[in-house]
Design a protein around this ligand. Structure first.
Ligand code: BES
Ligand code: ZN
Length: 632
């Protein structure tokens, strides 16, 4: 029986928030995909019944309230009911549901909110009829809403205006929009957004390039996308074109640096198109967010969200943009059906990213990037194999009862990419490219499971050309298969030679200036410093190269890790500044983890974290709270 429960729902979800098991009574039905015969497509991370009834188009009416730090919204779902269902199930988490109405005439309908699960949130079960075409959910976000980060003026570059941004992947869209939050369902969306009139709003949609004086903006996304790609950012933003169909958004004080760093964007789009077919999304813009953005980049369609830590001043970190752009094919056009197939999004994208980098910057450079990733993969395979879930080194994941975030390891990214590199080697580049292009074309605007891909691969590449290839060891087997492509980098060999020089001599004997090497060569250098390098030599390196405040975030973060490891204290003040300012989880975790290895380190970590935590997004604090056993 469906009962009418109003805003009590929030109370209930707060009260039951300590329940950790994802399978609660509230979850009456497991979700299957639009293809009910395909068991592999079941998305265990959504309560929604998309196989019975699903959203086709979502219209959002959003009022962004910076005073209360919340979004007040109406989510208008245009639905398709394939099985005369009398109930439509949405995902919600930490939302206050005010009322639900049906049809154009806004008839209030009954709804029920199931028990809240800490990871998945709750099912929102709405009573509908087989004739229902429109479901309108009136709601508010709460202070617990994980997808959104409201920043005070102090936390922005300009220090004058507040800022808001969202992060939906993997299952956080349900914390700011009541929706069927599964990659298995694609929707078009539109939005009317009201913000303070001195701010500009942008979304993963057609975007304005200038503020207007009403603070009201309209958005359209006409290509069907999965819910995790709905995104918004609001702030004191300026736009700067860098190409005919690309440009950057950033706060005024950063716009010039951003436009310079990203000036190769049109070249990247052309390169990507030359590989795997036309760019299907119209414009490709990038917004450079404040430093608390928890990721490097997020491939929100038409508008990649990026960390300002890629602004090194020399374009040395722009492979991240090639990566997010590549998602316009792998991920956004052809989407993983469930989070257990995450490698289909990320592995393909890392492979594709490397091909773009090779085309624009040459094979030697692309090989350095790939080798750095491969070495990270080797470390992570070791770590995972010794951990609680050794089976996480398989490409196809088993995430039953687990956070999809657990799959965000180099397995999906780099093992996935090396699987494709190895296939390329087996098939030859020409026929592999033809195959991939055809794969993207034939599956565009669809979701794909690992099993779908394996079948397609066998039929269209391997059997067809009589190629023998052990697919299973990659997908269902542990670690890195013997037969993997190996990368050799001459430039890294020269770096290794210099490390030998340092061992027997001093930093001065290296005979190198900072600019003699690329970021990637220095990264290789820092990561391969001898474990027993003494503090005096660290000090010499610091005096000559000053990595601790060089402005290149990759090198700074690596230098702090090495400093902690070697007991060199000379970088601590800069490390603290970095940790307070930057919220990118990929940089934070290795530093805090390294600190956490000693008693003295834990104390310092906690002291810094106390100051830094208010600046971090929930995605980063969730991880670091756990690491440092931080009590709120
Ligand atoms: N789609 C991911 C980010 C993501 C994955 C967010 C899973 C939430 C859950 C994005 O494309 C990505 O991979 N970003 C990387 C950078 C990339 C160059 C490897 C990042 O943020 O570090
Ligand atoms: Zn990615």
């Amino acid at each position: 029986m469906i009962k009418l429960i109003l805003s009590l729902a929030v109370l209930i979800s707060v009260m039951t928030a300590c329940n950790t098991s994802p399978q609660k009574e509230g979850q009456t039905k497991k979700n299957t995909s639009q293809n009910p015969n395909d068991k592999n497509k079941k998305d265990m991370h959504s309560y929604s019944n998309v196989d019975e009834v699903h959203t086709k188009h979502l219209h959002l009416n959003l009022n962004i309230d910076f005073d209360q730090k919340l979004v007040h919204g109406i989510a208008v779902h245009q639905i398709e009911n394939l099985s005369e269902a009398d109930e439509m199930i949405f995902d919600i988490k930490d939302l206050e549901i005010e009322k639900v109405t049906l049809g154009e005439d806004d008839q209030e309908t009954e709804f029920e909110i199931g028990e809240a699960d800490k990871l998945m949130g709750s099912p929102l079960k709405v009573k509908i009829t087989p004739e229902t075409k429109v479901v309108k959910i009136h709601y508010k976000t709460t202070e617990h809403t994980e997808a959104l980060q409201f920043l005070n003026a102090q936390q922005t570059a300009g220090k004058k205006h507040p800022y808001l941004f969202s992060q939906g992947e993997a299952i956080l869209t349900r914390t700011w929009i009541p929706c069927q939050d599964t990659p298995g369902n694609r929707i078009t969306y539109s939005a009317d957004v009201k913000v303070p009139s001195d701010l500009l709003a942008v979304m993963s949609a057609d975007n304005p390039q200038k503020k207007n004086n009403t603070g009201e903006y309209h958005f359209e996304m006409k290509n069907p996308i999965p819910s995790y790609l709905i995104a918004i950012a609001v702030g004191d933003l300026e736009f700067h074109a860098v190409g005919p169909r690309s440009g950057v958004y950033a706060e005024p004080s950063m716009i010039k640096a951003a436009a310079y760093e990203l000036s190769d964007m049109e070249k990247m789009i052309e390169s990507a198109e030359s590989l795997y077919g036309p760019y299907q999304w119209g414009r490709y813009d990038v917004i450079v967010l404040p430093p608390s953005f928890p990721f490097g980049g997020m491939e929100n369609p038409k508008l990649t969200f990026a960390t300002p830590t890629i602004l090194a001043g020399d374009k040395s970190l722009v492979s991240l943009i090639a990566h997010e752009l590549a998602h316009s094919w792998s991920g956004n056009l052809v989407t993983n059906a469930t989070w257990e197939d995450f490698w289909l999004n990320e592995g393909f994208t890392v492979y594709f990213e490397n091909r773009i980098m090779e085309q624009i910057y040459g094979k030697e450079y692309a090989d350095m990037l790939a080798l750095i990733e491969y070495q990270e993969l080797q470390h992570e395979v070791e770590e995972i194999s010794e951990g609680k879930h050794p089976e996480d080194t398989h490409l196809k994941l088993d995430l039953e009862g687990r956070n999809p975030d657990d799959g965000m390891t180099s397995i999906a990214y780099v093992k996935g990419a090396f699987f494709l590199k190895s296939l390329e080697e087996a098939a030859g580049r020409e026929s592999f490219d033809k195959f991939l292009k055809q794969y993207f074309t034939e599956h565009q605007f669809q979701t794909v499971t690992t099993e779908d891909f394996v079948k397609y691969l066998d039929q269209n590449l391997l059997s067809k050309n009589n190629i023998e290839f052990n697919i299973d060891e990659w997908i269902y087997g542990p670690g890195i298969p013997e037969s993997s492509v190996k990368i050799v980098s001459n430039r890294f060999q020269l770096v290794d030679e210099k490390i030998e020089v340092l061992k027997s001599g001093s930093a001065k004997d290296l005979g190198l200036k900072r600019n003699d090497w690329s970021t990637q060569e220095w990264l290789h250098f820092l990561r391969h410093l001898p474990a027993d390098l003494d503090v005096a030599k660290m000090k010499e390196l610091d005096d000559v190269y000053n990595f601790k405040s060089c402005g290149n975030s990759e090198l700074m973060a690596e230098w702090y890790v090495q400093s902690i490891r070697k007991g060199y204290k000379g970088s601590e003040a800069d490390m603290e500044k970095f940790l307070i300012n930057v919220g990118r989880r990929k940089f934070l975790m290795p530093i805090y983890r390294e600190l956490a290895k000693s008693e003295e380190g834990v104390a310092l970590a906690k002291e810094i974290y106390n100051k830094a935590r208010p600046n971090y997004h929930a995605i980063s604090t969730n991880s670091i709270d756990e690491l440092l056993a931080y009590e709120i």
